[in-house]
Design a protein around this ligand. Structure first.
Ligand SMILES: Cc1[nH+]cc(COP(=O)(O)O)c(CN[C@@H](CCC(=O)O)C(=O)O)c1O
Length: 304
């Protein structure tokens, strides 16, 4: 990722991609406290637009607040910076990665004396779990690793070090021949995917795990809104892994994953073993929205 042409917004200005570097004694590299976002820009029918830019930017600032990191830029500056990065790199569609981290000004656990740096990069990133996954669905394994207890890492924040748990869970699933991991919470109830939120459909109703230990996903909230459009209220409840085994449909949502059907969990085929009809309807509408084909959702699009 380091050796490419382009520009990265770094501490208030665009710098050449290869020059957006940091020292090996960067505090966040050693102690894991950095907060970040995953955002997508789509090549809509009316031009390139970032999807739910304000919500993602607010979540970045919320993540900083939760971890007492004073991000030195306003929401407006960070929103404009993301638009600028897409423009400067001439990207029609892309994935953006804003990150706020403590620099190399000091070592030792305390962050006192370390400077908060902010960088925003963008690059083309297609279907997170593979193009065919969006249609055919993926195979998922329940992880042997639990999602963090809510008093270990703060689940409303996108904290970098949370993802060591996701890395282990995803690696375990892939090594066992699956595409992604599903994590249970410390009490054994379904929490979320390694990098996604989860929805389950049974007898025409849509359910999601109580959000307690999962990230409050922005794609999740978008799909909840879309489901309402179809007269479907998402029911939040404690979900067990075997609820999913006997479900009619299941799918993941995420900025990277978008809406990805799950066809099999732990070698139990879900429904017909392919993208279900309600999943397809929600997915189709989601892609209409992000591609600017739904005027009533245009407020979710920030055109560059
Ligand atoms: C743990 C987790 N849960 C739920 C979500 C969905 O949140 P949202 O993107 O707001 O709908 C994500 C995003 N996962 C990001 C990480 C991808 C990566 O590999 O890096 C993403 O989808 O951008 C998570 O990381």
């Amino acid at each position: 990722m380091a050796d490419r042409d382009g520009f990265i917004w770094y501490d208030g200005k665009l710098v050449p991609w290869r020059e957006a570097t940091t020292h090996v004694l960067t505090h966040s590299l050693h102690y894991g406290l950095s907060v970040f976002e995953g955002v997508r820009a789509y090549n809509t029918v009316k031009g390139t637009a970032i999807f739910r830019l304000a919500e993602h930017t607010q979540r970045l600032l919320n993540s900083g607040k939760i971890y007492m990191m004073n991000i030195p830029y306003s929401k407006e500056v960070l929103m404009e910076a993301q638009l600028e990065v897409v423009r400067a790199n001439k990207l029609e569609s892309c994935y953006l990665r804003p990150i706020a981290f403590y620099g190399s000004e000091k070592m030792g656990i305390s962050t006192d004396g370390a400077t908060v740096h902010v960088a925003i990069a963008a690059w083309p990133w297609g279907a997170y779990l593979g193009e065919e996954a969006l249609e055919n669905g993926i195979r998922v394994k329940t992880s042997s690793f639990a999602r963090h207890h809510v008093n270990v890492t703060m689940p409303r924040a996108k904290l970098a070090s949370t993802y060591a748990n996701s890395i282990l869970a995803n690696a375990e699933a892939v090594e066992a021949g699956y595409d992604e991991a599903l994590l249970l919470d410390t009490q054994g109830f379904v929490a979320e995917g390694a990098g996604e939120n989860l929805f389950v459909i049974k007898d025409g109703a849509i359910y999601e795990p109580e959000i307690a230990s999962a990230l409050t996903g922005i794609t999740r909230s978008s799909v909840i809104q879309v489901a309402k459009e179809f007269g479907l209220d998402v029911i939040s409840k404690r979900i067990t892994r075997d609820d999913i085994y006997i479900a009619d449909e299941a799918f993941f949502t995420g900025t990277a994953a978008e809406v990805t059907p799950i066809r099999d969990l732990d070698n139990r085929v879900i429904g017909e073993g392919k993208r279900g009809p309600i999943t397809e309807k929600l997915q189709k509408r989601f892609f209409e929205i992000v591609n600017g084909k739904a005027p009533e959702y245009e407020h979710w699009l920030s055109f560059i």
